[in-house]
Design a protein around this ligand. Structure first.
Ligand code: ADP
Length: 205
């Protein structure tokens, strides 16, 4: 089962999402994270040797996929339109992270159009959502729902612990004792498991 994480815009939490979804699926069955991004941020995160799953560069790791039940792909940054279509066709679920600001939402409008045309099995994940009373997260959700863009029910809160986690080479649950960040990704992982073909849905049963 291949879960790809892709976005047209940088800095939206693509790598953070790939790392935490791989950690979630590793709890269910052996999981491989393939880093296809030229900046190799997932490999950098893994370099401390503290992540609970295997991380390999895409080109050298692709031949190992059959050894794993789940493969999460941190895709290349800023794909061309054709690349995005190929990405969507090459995975079971495509996760498209986006921050809730106006610029990201505009970029996302175009992305959603391309993915709709490609009939992709995708959902948008709102990330780095500022805390209340800021309404950015709610406003972005309303805007996207109004345009018929499929969204994960759960969004990822903006938490400083995510930045610490990346620096320390661990997942966020090792930093944040209240576990808010991990709980957000856990809920998203559950939603993704529900989007996968039925055989996989039984894995956690
Ligand atoms: P991308 O892969 O899209 O460039 P990253 O995952 O590298 O994005 O995240 C960009 C920056 O935002 C990093 O500094 C990362 O630590 C930070 N970040 C990501 N998710 C969150 C979050 N939920 N809360 C706070 N900071 C975050």
């Amino acid at each position: 089962m291949v879960i790809s994480v892709a976005s047209y815009k940088g800095g939206v939490g693509k790598t953070t999402t790939a790392v935490h979804l791989a950690a979630y699926f590793q709890q269910l069955a052996p999981t491989l994270l393939l880093d296809a991004d030229a900046n190799r941020a997932s490999l950098g995160w893994a370099s401390a040797g503290k992540l609970p799953f295997k991380v390999l560069a895409y080109k050298s790791g692709i031949r190992h996929v059959s050894e794993f039940r789940y493969v999460v792909v941190d895709t290349e940054a800023r794909p061309e339109e054709g690349d995005m279509k190929d990405l969507a066709e090459g995975c079971d679920v495509l996760v498209v992270p986006s921050t809730p600001d106006a610029l990201s939402l505009r970029v996302l409008d175009e992305t959603a159009g391309i993915l709709e045309k490609a009939r992709a099995n995708y959902r948008v994940l709102l990330t780095i959502i500022p805390p209340k009373p800021t309404r950015d997260g709610d406003d972005a959700r309303e805007y996207l729902e109004g345009r018929g863009v499929p969204l994960f029910k759960t969004g990822i809160r903006r938490l400083i612990a995510f930045q610490r986690a990346a620096l320390d080479g661990v997942t966020v649950d090792h930093i944040d004792r209240q576990n808010c960040g991990w709980l957000d990704y856990e809920r998203v992982g559950e939603e993704i498991a529900g989007m996968l073909p039925t055989q996989t849905n039984r894995v956690g049963a």
